[in-house]
Design a protein. Structure first.
Length: 370
């Protein structure tokens, strides 16, 4: 947006005897994105702009078009006309960005390279050190308010304990900014997101155990041998990314006929005996132990179901799957996924993180002490 302002692509424009301030012509912007190599071709440029529309960042000046058209139509950044929706998540993100810019711009900043357990971390600070600075700079009125701000930043993935083991506390625990706000991001990074969230909500999700050509009395699970040959010994298998994309599964001589259960069966009654809050999990002395699980997905997925939200829990585990082999059990709470703190997220978002990540999944879970 700022580059477009500098390049005079965003300016006041007149159309049908009316002046529209701070807008751009879609066709001109598409030309500009390709010319400046922000998009390899026009088709990609259109997809990128549609992403911005879908996320309420740009819109047609009269809101007459819900999609981005590569034509002589006027669009505008919502930031330029005051219609950008400032949700709680966006406010926390902008607050984190503001604090980061302030911290890196001052001399003798509390952000330093520090070492813990022989590992060096960038942009680190002590919890108490950050609280002192926030009060000194007038960002907060007291230490309690500073702790609440620090916790919000951590829960939104902006800061993190260096080894991802603690929430934010007024102590000498070491944290760092997980997001480097000064790294210049390419617009094409937007297209790395996929529709995993939508898929995870459907009955054909790799996190829903479902029946395959069920036979009466046959309730065992599909087992995967070490040589990756799949032996169907049961009525249940885990869906895979390939099945989601519509490709036939090469491990079967013929594409199997899938029997889809009702959506309700993919969202069964929670296995938890009672609701558990994030605060309860993280409170000092809580009867929970944290475990790190490394799960190497096989040809048909990881073999577990995650449900709930804030925090999410393990609803079901395929006893013959990779997750069970790694030590996953029902009723465990999902603390992090591939280094990302997720206690504050819902199961759709966590499913998206897993599906878009590597085949080898590293999860931290919290388990009740028996």
């Amino acid at each position: 947006r700022l580059r477009l302002h500098d390049g005079k692509l965003i300016k006041d424009r007149r159309f049908h005897l009316r002046t529209y301030p701070n807008c751009f012509v879609a066709k001109e912007l598409t030309d500009w994105l390709v010319e400046h190599k922000d998009a390899p071709d026009r088709e990609t440029a259109i997809r990128l702009m549609q992403k911005l529309m879908d996320h309420y960042i740009i819109h047609h000046v009269c809101d007459e078009h819900s999609d981005y058209k590569d034509a002589k139509l006027l669009y505008r950044f919502r930031k330029d006309d005051g219609t950008f929706p400032l949700s709680k998540d966006v406010k926390v993100f902008l607050r984190g960005q503001s604090l980061y810019e302030k911290l890196v711009s001052v001399e003798e900043s509390i952000l330093k390279v520090r070492e813990e357990n022989s590992v060096k971390y960038q942009r680190t600070f002590l919890g108490s050190e950050m609280i002192d600075w926030l009060i000194q700079e007038g960002e907060v009125e007291n230490r309690q308010e500073a702790v609440e701000l620090g916790r919000a930043l951590l829960e939104h993935g902006i800061i993190q304990h260096v080894s991802n083991r603690h929430h934010f506390f007024d102590s000498d625990i070491l944290y760092h900014f997980w997001i480097n706000f000064r790294r210049r991001r390419r617009l094409t990074e937007l297209l790395n997101e996929n529709s995993a969230r939508a898929l995870s909500e459907s009955p054909d999700s790799p996190f829903c155990l479902r029946k395959l050509n069920p036979e009466p009395g046959n309730t065992s699970f599909l087992s995967v041998q070490t040589n990756k040959e799949i032996k169907v010994v049961s009525a249940v298998r885990r869906s895979s990314i390939t099945s989601l994309s519509g490709n036939s599964n090469t491990y079967f001589s013929a594409p199997p006929t899938l029997v889809f259960p009702p959506v309700a069966e993919c969202n069964p009654k929670s296995v938890l005996k009672r609701p558990v809050t994030t605060e309860e999990l993280l409170s000092p002395g809580a009867p929970y132990v944290k475990k790190t699980l490394t799960i190497v997905g096989d040809a048909v997925g990881w073999g577990f179901v995650v449900r709930g939200g804030r925090p999410c829990h393990i609803q079901a585990v395929d006893p013959g799957g990779p997750a069970a082999a790694a030590g996953m059990k029902v009723c465990q709470f999902v603390f992090s996924v591939n280094g990302v703190y997720v206690l504050h997220l819902d199961y759709q978002t966590i499913s998206s993180l897993i599906m878009t990540g590597p085949r080898t999944l590293v999860m931290e879970v919290m388990e009740a002490i028996e």
